[in-house]
Design a protein around this ligand. Structure first.
Ligand SMILES: Nc1nc2c(ncn2[C@@H]2O[C@H](COP(=O)(O)OP(=O)(O)OP(=O)(O)O)[C@@H](O)[C@H]2O)c(=O)[nH]1
Ligand SMILES: [Mg+2]
Length: 352
């Protein structure tokens, strides 16, 4: 997904020293000098990958990393600004929304401006570590433990899925139902897409395949009535979770947005999940914003990351509407759903 960002970032880091003016003497921005390796007290020589791994370990153990501090080489602000300017463009090209790209580069700038960095690192490594920190900060703020949420809920836990047409709502519901059932929970699907021809049949096929109860009415029935029946059924039969499928709707379609509000009023979902297509890029951010202002989104599922070379939408949606990402979907099979994990996303972004 993040291949293009990854390769561009790598190119950027490689390019960084060349971006410097050869006539100028950049304090601390020069490539590793032999002297740097013979500084008394320097750590034993590690490969670049090992050094980055070490920093990650130190951070996860809560120990302050020694990469940036008050001693070592001074970070050259001109070179830094140049690298960060390019970095911002790289992020924008990966579909990261402008304010988010700005925040990431600002985070890096704040980390590095006027500081010194350890002689055990090159400036490129320092920037790389700082970029990962800043991206990680945005991602970590937006983790959501769906399973813990389900565990914490009074039965039945009601989860409603919404989004524009074809983003993968119904498929995501089937994946989640399968996942919950495998964890020993009982699930009821609510076929509230009574709008699109074939939608009820599509959900029924999934329900049959995974052996899940479905509550449905005929096409054109009031979706709020279906949702009501599904919740009542789950209460009567002591089911654990109700998953409410809804019709895809453009955020500009007022009638359908009103219909969705009615389903919310009747079914009272404890969790409203916006399902966004990672291919939609910045449009997905606008959609999420519209659904959030109409009914309030609690969490996000980002689908089709398997078909997308870019992945900025994950960062952008989560950051822009300030809501967590529960899962990412990466294919059409039931198992193609991954609990969102900031470290996983970071690795997708930066690792080889
Ligand atoms: N490659 C890929 N395809 C997916 C993924 N999720 C869903 N799809 C496919 O996308 C298409 C639309 O999926 P649906 O689940 O029907 O989408 P929907 O949001 O329910 O669509 P509407 O009900 O029409 O609004 C189907 O062909 C799915 O198989 C995914 O993560 N990766
Ligand atoms: Mg659907």
């Amino acid at each position: 997904m993040f291949d293009s960002l990854k390769s561009k970032l790598k190119g950027l880091f490689k390019k960084a020293p060349e971006a410097l003016d050869p006539e100028k003497v950049y304090e601390g921005a020069a490539p590793e000098s032999p002297a740097a390796e013979t500084v008394p007290g320097a750590q034993p020589e590690l490969s670049r990958k090992e050094r980055l791994k070490q920093v990650k370990q130190e951070k996860s153990q809560g120990r302050p990393s020694q990469v940036v501090g008050d001693s070592g080489r001074k970070i050259n602000s001109t070179a830094l600004d140049e690298i960060l300017g390019e970095l911002e463009i790289v992020l924008l090209e990966a579909d990261v929304a402008y304010p988010v790209a700005e925040e990431i580069t600002k985070g890096v700038r704040d980390n590095l401006y006027g500081r010194k960095y350890s002689r055990n690192y090159t400036m490129e490594e320092v920037v790389e570590i700082s970029v990962k920190d800043a991206v990680g900060d945005v991602l970590r703020l937006n983790e959501f433990d769906f399973d813990a949420w389900i565990d914490s809920q009074k039965r039945p836990a009601v989860v409603m899925f919404m989004g524009i047409n074809g983003t993968g709502k119904t498929t995501a519901i089937a994946k989640i139902a399968d996942r919950l059932q495998k964890a020993g929970l009982s699930v009821v699907m609510a076929g509230c897409d009574t709008f699109r021809a074939g939608a009820i049949e599509q959900l029924t096929i999934h329900a049959d395949r995974i052996g899940c109860k479905i509550v449905k009415h005929s096409q054109d029935a009031d979706p709020a009535a279906v949702a009501y029946d599904a919740v009542e059924h789950a209460k009567a039969k002591m089911r654990d979770v109700v998953l409410v499928d809804t019709a895809g709707r453009m955020q500009t379609n007022n009638n359908l947005m009103e219909e969705m509000k009615k389903i919310v009023r009747v079914a009272k979902p404890g969790l409203k999940i916006f399902v966004g297509d990672s291919l939609a890029g910045n449009d997905a951010v606008e959609q999420a914003r519209a659904f959030d202002s109409a009914v309030g989104i609690d969490a996000i599922i980002l689908t089709k990351i398997d078909t997308d070379a870019k992945g900025g939408a994950a960062l952008s949606i989560a950051h822009t509407i300030g809501k967590p990402i529960a899962f990412v979907c990466n294919g059409q099979d039931y198992g193609d759903i991954i609990k969102f994990d900031a470290e996983w996303m970071l690795n997708r972004l930066f690792e080889e």
